[in-house]
Design a protein around this ligand. Structure first.
Ligand code: HEC
Ligand code: HEC
Length: 451
């Protein structure tokens, strides 16, 4: 989704105000976030009660107990709390606060106002009340088969579905209306409103960033990025105070892991939607072929089905798992059981097809979804519409010739602020050498384009 810059600017101004509001709560009138507790914590009540006017607290336990936070004096309407996930338990939440409080109705849920993110990660209820570096027990952890390249960071992921709500799994054959751009979207998961996705990024067992993605309505996911301190005691929402029209400069920080200095770039929260596109369904890694994976001895889809989280669980045998593209955090790519083609297409499905799909906003003449035939990708033997990246005669994919293919040239190009040559053009500053090698080998293996 590309939003015009002026709307980004005004939104970022709103955010700055919201942050100021949250910090200045004592000055009167504006709310302070109530702490969301999990596991039967008492944080919500305490914070809500002491926060002064307009504050609200909320707490719901995952294990059955829940403690109400008391609404501040500024609040008028009470907001019903959600129970702490499918694991059961009764949830209760405090009354809604006054106008400016950054408050979630229940632990790890959407902030009441999407433009007022909860300032501290520890207050979101998505992280454990006893160890803020761990996800809260209501967050269901998962792994994907084919990850996004994020400059070499290690990642962990989880989600919270509001109590009683279900995941819809697209079956394009049974319900063609679910899939306006073809059967390639079979197996994509659609989450209920109120779902929160959590993703941690780290190096050397230290967290550097946590991203939250919250489903606000049927088509809108809002993203928030949190910056971890080196002491690992708290992460703070990343401000959008730089003007995005100034060359798209992203917030950057140096982080000492104890073993190395890492320079890390935090995406704007308005960047999230450029990759987490509405067309691709908002969430990107949650689909049958990504989730069909055995973790800790259990297939993840079996586990979620047992938890009764699906409207209709995917039919068995599950859609074939995406191949791990190359050796990395998620294991060793099995090069005997998989083809080069399957691994390369898995990589492009995960890293490129959220934008490059027929209903994509930008460059939708390319379709890099896994099930799209090579011919229908619109790449093989095709003259690029967006330039040849300085190489005369380059094609998007030139058979057997990676260095004259703009797929390769663009993955290889250095990141430059405000320049869209590099693919993807945001949220990566370091070339993915293993990914590039894979794509190079793949292009080399293609001798002619299909007719
Ligand atoms: C370069 C494209 C890109 C950008 C920009 C991006 N993401 Fe993602 N994100 C992905 C992809 C691809 C996945 C799925 C693969 C994975 O998890 O490794 C993903 C996964 C996630 C997940 C796990 C749930 C899911 O959708 O699979 C969360 C949470 C998340 N991103 C949050 C954010 C937030 C918040 C922002 C903005 C601050 C953001 N992302 C920006 C590409 C991006
Ligand atoms: C966040 C959305 C997004 C993602 C993810 C993304 N692209 Fe792109 N892609 C674009 C945009 C926007 C352009 C147009 C760039 C320009 O104006 O030069 C583009 C252009 C291209 C082009 C040029 C097409 C032509 O006709 O000239 C190629 C090739 C390409 N991308 C390949 C990739 C590959 C390979 C990946 C994954 C490694 C990828 N893209 C990931 C948005 C994206």
């Amino acid at each position: 989704m590309s939003k015009p810059f002026n709307s980004l600017r005004s939104l970022s101004a709103v955010l700055v105000l919201a942050l100021l509001g949250a910090c200045n709560a004592k000055g009167g009138g504006s709310g302070t976030p109530g702490q969301a507790g999990s596991g039967g914590g008492t944080a919500g009540g305490a914070a809500g009660a002491t926060a002064g006017s307009g504050a609200a607290g909320a707490a719901a336990g995952s294990g059955g107990s829940a403690i109400a936070g008391s609404g501040g004096s500024g609040g008028s309407t009470g907001v019903a709390g959600q129970a702490g996930s499918s694991q059961g338990g009764s949830g209760v939440a405090g009354g809604a606060g006054g106008a400016a409080g950054a408050v979630a109705a229940a632990p790890c849920s959407a902030p009441a106002d999407p433009n007022k993110p909860i300032a501290k990660l520890s207050q979101t209820g998505c992280m454990s009340a006893t160890d803020v570096t761990k996800m809260a027990s209501i967050v269901i952890p998962y792994e994907v088969n084919s990850p996004l390249w994020s400059d070499g960071a290690d990642k962990s992921r989880g989600f919270v579905v509001p109590a009683g709500k279900k995941i819809h799994v697209k079956d394009c054959t049974a319900t063609p209306s679910d899939c306006p751009t073809g059967t390639q979207d079979t197996g994509k998961w659609v989450f209920p409103v109120g779902t929160v996705m959590v993703k941690n990024f780290g190096f050397d067992n230290k967290l550097i960033e946590t991203r939250l993605l919250v489903k606000a309505d049927a088509t809108t996911w809002n993203g928030y990025s949190y910056q971890w301190n080196e002491a690992q005691t708290e992460a703070t929402v990343v401000p959008d105070d730089a003007d995005p029209s100034l060359n798209n400069m992203r917030f950057q920080a140096s982080f000492n892991t104890g073993k190395q200095m890492v320079t890390w770039h935090f995406p704007y929260r308005f960047d999230c939607g450029q990759c987490h596109t509405q067309e691709a369904g908002g969430t990107l890694g949650l689909e049958t072929r990504q989730m069909n994976r055995v973790v800790g001895g259990t297939n993840q889809i079996d586990k979620l089905a047992t938890m009764n989280l699906f409207e209709t669980a995917p039919a068995k045998p599950y859609q074939a798992a995406l191949m791990l593209p190359y050796d990395g955090q998620l294991g060793t790519a099995d090069k005997t059981a998989t083809t080069l083609d399957a691994r390369a297409r898995s990589y492009m499905h995960a890293n490129c097809s959220n934008c490059h799909r027929p209903d994509g906003v930008a460059v939708n003449w390319l379709d890099f979804r896994y099930d799209t035939t090579l011919k229908d990708t619109g790449a093989c033997g095709i003259v690029p519409m967006k330039g040849t990246v300085g190489v005369m005669g380059a094609q998007i994919l030139k058979p057997a010739d990676p260095m004259n293919s703009t797929i390769w040239l663009r993955m290889h190009a250095p990141y430059k602020d405000g320049d869209k040559t590099r693919m993807p053009q945001l949220a990566t500053y370091i070339v993915d050498d293993k990914g590039l090698q894979l794509i190079s080998d793949w292009i080399t293996s293609i001798k002619t384009c299909p007719n």
